[in-house]
Design a protein. Structure first.
Length: 521
């Protein structure tokens, strides 16, 4: 697949649309943007299943260059795949054979910052953390903190309807965007949203483009609502007796009128794992201390390498055995704790946030929650970005880890939680937390870890199919903030019914030649 690259005419046209040093047909550059972080990529590489490569990668720097690139694609009758930072986890940015990948990372400027109106305008390729750093230097914040903030872009957030950890207060990215500018599949430049300087198609279309996953247009820049950085933040930990108890406590807290910044509930398995990390727990090397005694008898340098080697091997064996017996892990973890942790956070002025935290603590204790004090809340705050980056050892073992985020009205949350666990009981280890809470429901975030001794990719896809079937038959959405991409595509038509057919009308309007992100719809 690597051998098929852009012909000279295409490279010449793209170079004159941008510049020669920003068009690449090198295998390494094409491979770099061929996939995102969807675990199916790693499983495909591991099984030597071919992964499609783009013909070439082009990196525009201005709106005009994006427009010209789209025109070149249409002239050559080729598709375009927009590419932000590649942190997507559902395959939305995967390359298409015979298409051009448009890498947006060179469009990374903050264009304006209006302190008076609290509006910031930035280009679509800017990395989230760079945008937040800029705002912080001016005493402001966007309030958007996905775990991937260091490796995802504003454009990727917007077209995927991203959610950050402080979404209870600031909302999701679609609640922060005021207007945005796009180049659609015809090469037309449009501004959407009430704040747009041009007479655009109207505010309604703003929310059509947000969430369109690069299938209608390329987002070149956006205006966003920003906030003064809060004077004070408070974090607190609680425990409840079960997922059902916790969900009811979350619902009643929000419906009583409190507005926390963070409200998260962990199931028992997630609570046990988080607790071991919070306590700084170190596993005994062999589970009963024999090896620890041998290690302690060795001289210091030898002891260190002995311990490191042993830990690696012992850890790998334990993990492999566990992942091949998921119902056993579930059995033990369900019994290792009879409580579920909750994390609560709020911010604002010192007095207001203090009073809010007091009110919320009283409310939750009345609901039967146990007050654990500040400790677990502060621990969560400091380690909140860690977990997602610790998956490599599992993949190195030949296993996989993945996450599935869906949402549901309150009454469906517990049934969905139980249905997904039951559907995957004998296949993979499952744990979950509940966050991004609203007045009428919340998101469920499942983590799966599994291993197959047969066809890994088939096993992985079947795991997803069973999980999503359990969600949709119990009244949940197929996605809350990761998007649909290739991973959930099959479920979309069923889930949206006739609404899905309207997407064909949008394609006619914004992308009549079918240029944008072809393989994804
Ligand atoms: C460790 C980790 C943690 C994560 N945590 C979170 C989290 O807390 N919250 C969350 O919401 N997500 C999270 N994600 C998922 C991911 O970061 C988001 O989906 C993010 O929005 C993707 O942005 P990106 O710039 O990396 O997009 P990419 O992966 O490059 O692309 C994603 C999709 O957007 C399209 N696209 C990208 N840029 C543009 C553009 N300018 N115009 C049009 N289309 C475009 C692509 O074609 C593709 O369909 C996490 C991912 C990882 C790996």
């Amino acid at each position: 697949l690597n051998a098929i690259t852009a012909d000279e005419g295409l490279v010449r046209d793209l170079a004159s649309a941008t510049s020669a040093d920003r068009v690449s047909t090198r295998a390494i550059d094409r491979r770099h943007v061929a996939t995102d972080q969807w675990p199916a990529a790693l499983l495909s590489y591991r099984q030597h299943v071919p992964v499609e490569q783009p013909l070439c990668v082009v990196s525009p720097e201005t709106v005009d260059e994006v427009k010209r690139v789209v025109e070149v694609a249409n002239k050559h009758r080729l598709g375009i795949v927009p590419y932000g930072a590649g942190s997507g986890v559902v395959g939305g940015g995967w390359a298409e054979q015979g298409a051009i990948t448009v890498d947006m990372k060179r469009m990374r400027k903050v264009l304006s910052l209006d302190h008076d109106r609290l509006v910031c305008e930035a280009e679509g390729g800017i990395i989230g953390q760079h945008l937040e750093n800029h705002l912080r230097r001016h005493g402001l914040t966007l309030g958007h903190f996905p775990s991937s903030i260091i490796c995802s872009s504003l454009g990727g957030w917007l077209v995927g309807r991203s959610a950050g950890q402080f979404s209870c207060r600031y909302g999701k990215i679609e609640d922060m965007v005021l207007s945005l500018r796009t180049v659609d599949g015809t090469g037309r430049v449009s501004t959407f949203g009430a704040d747009g300087p041009l007479p655009g198609p109207g505010p309604d279309d703003l929310q059509t483009i947000v969430g369109s996953e690069g299938m209608l247009s390329i987002v070149t820049d956006a205006k966003l609502r920003v906030w003064p950085k809060p004077a004070a933040e408070h974090y607190w930990g609680f425990q409840v007796s079960s997922v059902g108890h916790g969900i009811e406590a979350m619902r009643s807290l929000l419906q009583a009128g409190f507005s926390p910044t963070v409200l998260r509930l962990y199931d028992k398995a997630d609570t046990v794992i988080a607790k071991r990390k919070a306590d700084g727990a170190e596993d005994s090397l062999d589970g009963h201390g024999q090896m620890d005694r041998i290690a302690s008898a060795l001289p210091a340098p030898a002891r260190e390498s002995f311990v490191a080697a042993l830990k690696k091997r012992a850890g790998a064996t334990v993990l492999r055995t566990a992942l091949l017996n998921p119902s056993a892990i579930r059995f033990f973890l369900d019994r290792a704790s009879d409580r579920c942790n909750m994390i609560l956070g709020c911010e604002g002025s010192e007095r207001l946030s203090q009073a809010m935290m007091e009110g919320m603590r009283t409310h939750l204790v009345k609901q039967g929650a146990t007050d654990l004090g500040k400790g677990p809340g502060i621990h969560w705050y400091h380690s909140r970005h860690n977990v997602s980056y610790k998956q490599s050892p599992v993949f190195l073992l030949g296993a996989f880890v993945d996450t599935m985020e869906v949402s549901a009205p309150w009454q469906h949350v517990v049934p969905i939680y139980n249905a997904v666990r039951d559907a995957l009981r004998d296949r993979v280890f499952v744990m979950a937390h509940f966050s991004h809470a609203y007045l009428d429901g919340c998101a469920l975030y499942f983590t799966f870890a599994g291993m197959s001794t047969g066809d890994e990719l088939a096993f992985y896809k079947e795991t997803w199919r069973r999980a999503l079937e359990a969600v949709t038959t119990h009244g949940g959405s197929v996605s809350h903030h990761h998007g649909v991409g290739l991973a959930k595509h099959e479920f979309l038509a069923d889930h949206h019914g006739p609404l899905w057919e309207r997407f064909a009308d949008l394609k006619k309007r914004f992308d009549p030649h079918g240029t944008m992100n072809r393989g994804k719809w």
